[in-house]
Every structure is written in C-alpha cells, then in structure tokens.
Design a protein around this ligand. Sequence first.
Ligand code: ZN
Length: 400
Amino acid sequence: MIKDFEKKIRAYALKNALAHNGVAMQGPVVSSLFNEGLKPEEVGKYGKKISEIILSVNSLSAEEQEKEFEKLEKKVHEREVREGLSELPNAKKGVVMRFAPSPSGPYHVGHAMTACISYLYVKKYKGKLYVRIEDTNPENIYTPAYRMIKEESDWLFDKTEKIVIQSERMEIYYDYAEKLIEKGAAYVCTCSQEKFKELVEKKKDCPCRKNTFKENMEKWKKMLDEKGFKEGGAVLRFKSSMKHKNPAMRDFPLARINLHKHPLQGTKYRVWPLMNLAVSVDDIEMKMTHIIRAKDHRDNAERQKMIFQVLGKRFPWTAFLGRIHFKDMELSTTKIRQAIEKKEYKGWDDKRLPTIASLRKQGYKPNAFWKFAEQVGLSENDKIMDREEFFRLLDNFNRK
Ligand SMILES: [Zn+2]
C-alpha cells in the first residue's frame, strides 16, 4: 500500500516536472495527491517523503524523467484496468437501471462518464437500461435535444437502451398524485412562497396540512382546471414533517402549475410534476433495481425514499458518484448553447467543445468512454482534472 502510494507520488512529481521545465514543485504535487485520497491531516506524515521524491525527480534529466514517467504510468494504468467494475449487491438475477438526462442540450463528456457506468453494469448483468428524458419542467427545454439524446444514446450504448419521455406519461403522474392524497401523504398548499419559507424556518405546520381528503381533492381538481388556481396559486406538497432535521425535507413540493408552453405537449397540461414525484413514479413503474446517480442528488434520493415508503415499495439499491471537476472545460449545456447562438462556435460538433457530438466527429469510439468510466468506477470521491489530462486518458483508451 505504502509502496503504491510512493509510486503515485513519484508519478505526479514526474508529471509536474515535465510540465515545468524539469522542476517539480511540492504544492501542485500535494494537491494532485488529494485527488488520490490523501487527507490534509496526513500531509505532515508524508511531507518528508514527498520532498525527498521531488528532490530525486528534479535531479534527473528531462529525458530520464520522460522515460520513467511513461513506465510508471503504464504500470499504474494496467493495474487499475485489471481491477474492472466492482460487483453490485443482489444483481445476480439481472438489473434494471436508468440514466436520466434533462433535454436542456445534448450530451457532453460529464454525461457520458456517469451514464456509461450504469451501461456497463447493465451489460455485465444482462439487464435493461432506460434513458429517461426528464422534461416535466416546460422551461429550459432545447427541442433538438430530444433527437440528439436519442441518437447519441444509440451510439454510446450500442442501441441497447430504451428511451422514455416523461412528458408522455403525465396521466400516470396524476394517478400517483391522487394516490398520495388518498393516503393522506400529500396536500394542496395555497400559502405564498414567502409564507411557506417562513413556516419551514420556524418548523411550524402549514395550515393547509389540516385539509381533509375531500378538500385536498377539490383543490387538486382546481389546480388542473384552467378556471381554477392561477400559476403560483397552489402546489401539491408531500407531508413529510415540518420538524425534519434537514429543512430541505420539510413538506417538499410534488407538483405545481406552470403555464409555459411545452415543446412536445403544447398547452395540454397546466400542472407539472416536479422531479421527486416524476422520478419516484417512474422508478416504481419501471421496476428499477439499482440506481447510480451524481452525489448532488443525495437529498432528492432521501425525498424519493419517503415517497416509496408511503406507497409500500422497496427503494432500489442506490450509489452516488463523485463529480469530476474539469478545471478548464465548460460543461454547462446552457452556456454552450448560448455561445453557439452567439456564433462563438460553429455548432454542437465544434472541435473545441467537450460535447459527444464533437468527440464523435473527431473519431472517438464509444469504447473509449466505457473504458474510462470503468477506470473511474463507483467512487464517491470528487476528482479534479484538466482538459489535457482528460484527453490524454481518453486518447489512451481510444487507441486500445
Ligand atoms: Zn400552505
């Protein structure tokens, strides 16, 4: 273990030296080691060793540094690839998994990295992969994304996925909303946003919590009726607890009125389910067994678990993925889209963009992303990478 760690220190020292005229510096080497799991309190323990290694690396010629770096990197790389994916619990009988993009734009490398892990598990256990386009927020939808997501999913997952569009399933969400009202687990709240925020802060019950079943059903119908509540006039809330230790869990919203025109559904619907309702319903209906999602969905997973519980359903096994922070790559589809509209880029497949459209055009194969995702594996640790490092690794996988 210690030996391995020393090799890593040496590899980072060599890498840093090669990037800076043969001279490695302690600071950048230590911050790279944080990515490998070094804890701040351990810097004291390893500090001396790190300085020694840096000193020895700096005494080599550039040629020697390069040679040794290549050799070390190959070794570390081979070992990591051989490890492969860890097993999932209770997966022997097959798995049902999903990847759930929002149609704000097509895929970029961040999507590919998250999605490919689920895809690899589905392949490993001969399961089923749903690509679920989450478009129940009629705002911020980029219409060409439907076509692009479908096309790029076919490419990335070898046409094995099943595409589901949430806005085509509205009646199912409405059914579940009524089911939750019947169970006394949801109520229609007509308090203003400010008022409700205040109640959350004071851990006080909202007066609408006392609505009877009949009152809730009447108000729910009034949400659906165009002559009923106005936009912002009422929301359907989950009755969790107004005293929950995490304020974000206190009677969170399930559905709201949004009169924005939807690109596929037009003005057919005025009440739209929010993410936690739509996701729970679909995960129940599609019989999801395992879910791998980004770490920033931890609170949402907690909310969805509550919905599963009141409906008497077993919550799927869930793992969270750390984020890869790309230091110098723009991964916001909204920002990329705006730049394309301003003609700063030729299109989604512009060579300078980290989109799948661009990388496909440049000749990268889906395999390269699979291998990359396999190496990252199921890890909750955040990683920091720069563009150069990412493409060096991707090129490496693409060659194989
Ligand atoms: Zn209320």
